[in-house]
Design a protein around this ligand. Sequence first.
Ligand code: GDP
Length: 449
Amino acid sequence: MGASFSTADTIVAVATPHGRGGLGVVRMSGPESAAIAQRLTHRELPFEPRHATLAVVRDIDQVVVTWFAAPHSYTGEDVVEISGHGSPWLLQSIVESACAAGARLAQPGEFTLRAYLHGRLDLIQAEAVADLIDAVTPLQARVAFDQLEGTLTSAVQRIDAQLFDLAAKLEASLDFPDEGFHFITRTNAMTDLADVQSELERLIKDGRRGRLIREGRMVVIAGRPNVGKSSLFNALIGTNRAIVTPLAGTTRDLLTEQVDVRGVPMTLVDTAGLRESADVIEEEGVRRAEQAREVAALTLLVLDGSQPLDEDDQRLLAQIGGPRVVIANKADLPAVWSGSGIAVSAVTGLGLDELRAAIIGALSGEPGAAAGTEELRDVPRVSNQRHLLQLESALTAVTGSLDQLNQGATEELVLAELTDAREALEALTGKRTSDDLLRHIFSTFCVGK
Ligand code: GDP
């Protein structure tokens, strides 16, 4: 595992974000880190492990040095954290001095990679570190934190232990010359496997909602002019926490805003003011609105409940087929038609809660989904597509072994399926993995993490 990754050298990077700040942290990991830190601070005596020591680095800054002796550190190696004033130049010059003293610049995610290589974290937890850093809603952070704490890891370990036990019993049977299951009956094997199967199914079901929370979705507001699209856009933004995100909007020239809808980060797109007309600019607008609808996960089709539906409304109702939620806006006024739309008033806020629930329901494919209930109950354990795919492979293999048992197959055939299932789980936790996959995963991390 990870044979081509060396941990023999000492790596260094600025661990805090770019730009100026009150504090900035330089992190070093590897066998030479304590010695290099001593050299930078002109200290004769070694640092005391886990003690914050005031020192002067390169005669230019007063810093606090903390040494974490292996294996009790983030990476499992000797780690030194140098906290200085958050000047980009200062931090950079500490990094350069460390390099001159024998360290090398860390690759993105290399600290966490080392933590994984030293068995401090499994792959699920390492990926959760990145998710936690990227989290923009409290629910996203909760899901990532649970994974970092090992909720998913232990669920997978429990399943693997069951499969291991079963495989051991079947394998022992192979030593007997006569046919037949010697250490476990077919019925008991099937009961055990059915258990594993339903646990995998539960995890996979979690994954649908989990992905929604982890990845977020784009939602477009559509409708003819004056039905209240802009008002609804503002109402949804105003009553939801607006998300501060460094990511640029995905759609250009359309009004977009990131909002937290029940824990799911959503890019809300307003196509207000765009109508069919001969005007070139507006035509361009209509084209962009249509494009936005094509890439969006969901369209909120806004109608005016206080006005009879007109031709434009009918056309949009026919045109927008895909995942959609139909809204009868202006529900504070007397309704002149009734249909399947959700009655909402962008002005009074009436029906906004139902609308949010409907949005989550439509996006998760479960109309009654509890996704992101305000109290953060029932946090999904799976949220990463890679994890979901491995769980699905494991489920396919477990289902295969159950079929084999049902058809009276030999232990060997059942075992082959069980081995596949265990391999999928090992790929999930990173017990079995390729350097390419590791490179791919850790390259998406930021430097210094
Ligand atoms: P858009 O062109 O679809 O974006 O519609 P606007 O949001 O600009 O709203 C058009 C008009 O309808 C404005 O005068 C709004 O104040 C009004 N309006 C929007 N939503 C409501 C609502 O829920 N109730 C009432 N009574 N008026 C609304």
